[in-house]
Design a binder for this molecule. Structure first.
Ligand SMILES: Nc1ncnc2c1ncn2[C@@H]1O[C@H](COP(=O)(O)OP(=O)(O)OP(=O)(O)O)[C@@H](O)[C@H]1O
Length: 253
């Protein structure tokens, strides 16, 4: 099976930085996984996902997406096959909800009927009534609704890979839990590969089929939530779990 994503000895150092943002990273993400990238601020989580869609390029090493070295792929072409969701949503304020969702399908020259049907299908997927929401502008939505639109916009053309960078970070706890449940349902229904950045241990353990813990640019552990809880691989992982209330037995302290 060709991995969805593979990092081979990848190092990324930003100009002027004393230490690399990512340091000799090697790992493989299998198709269909939901990998949560977990760590404290500045550890390299965002850098990791931006290397997948070429918002950054590595200094050394190779990033492969679906078996292809991304440095050999036109970035615009590459990003068409990779959904990207960020906390600030990036919704276009002067476009309606349906125009926002239709962006990539339009670029791909889908016909009008197919686009309209897809917009309605996606709105229903996140429990927003199409007749109510289709023609609203982003400023007429709550924060949670904006996140749902950001999510389904990235899903519109069914990309093989979805990158999500702390998408629910600015949302209240109840809405956040609902969005997490919706994301899990969407991931399971899609069979696609999701990479989800978070600094919240509970979120990573709830969502991840695997959790990738990074700190100071290094992989601390890459394991299932169960393995992570039972056998924290480094003092950093143990401390991260303990400070958020998790003991090695997997119970909240
Ligand atoms: N464009 C950039 N130029 C210079 N340094 C950068 C740039 N982007 C990130 N860095 C540095 O690289 C390191 C890793 O940053 P990164 O954004 O990947 O961390 P993070 O784990 O996502 O943090 P956070 O949770 O705060 O978003 C940090 O030290 C950061 O200051």
């Amino acid at each position: 099976m060709t991995p969805a994503v593979e990092f081979i000895d990848v190092t990324k150092r930003f100009p002027g930085a004393t230490s690399p943002a990512l340091d000799h990273v090697n790992l493989t993400i299998d198709p269909g996984e939901l990998v949560c990238v977990l760590g404290t601020s500045g550890g390299g989580k965002t850098t990791f996902i931006k290397l997948i869609n070429r918002l950054h390029d590595p200094d050394t090493g190779t990033v492969l997406v679906n078996g292809q070295d991304v440095s050999q792929v036109d970035p615009v072409e590459l990003r068409r096959g990779i959904g990207y969701v960020i906390q600030q949503t990036g919704l276009f304020p002067h476009m309606t909800v349906s125009e926002n969702i239709a962006c990539v399908p339009k670029i791909l020259k889908w016909d009008r009927g197919r686009i309209d049907a897809r917009v309605d299908e996606l709105l229903e997927l996140v429990h927003l009534d199409p007749s109510d929401f289709r023609d609203r502008y982003p400023s007429q939505l709550s924060g949670g609704q904006q996140q749902r639109i950001g999510l389904v916009r990235a899903l519109a053309a069914s990309p093989e890979i979805m990158l999500l960078d702390e998408p629910f970070g600015a949302i209240d706890a109840i809405t956040r839990a609902k969005l997490q449940d919706e994301l899990l349902r969407i991931h399971r229904g899609s069979g696609k590969t999701f990479v989800f950045v978070t600094h919240d241990v509970t979120e990573a353990l709830k969502l991840g089929t695997k959790v990738l813990v990074v700190d100071a640019g290094r992989v601390q552990q890459y394991a299932t939530p169960e393995e992570l809880l039972a056998h924290p691989a480094t003092p950093f992982v143990r401390e991260l779990l303990e400070t958020q209330g998790y003991t090695p037995e997997g119970r909240r302290a």
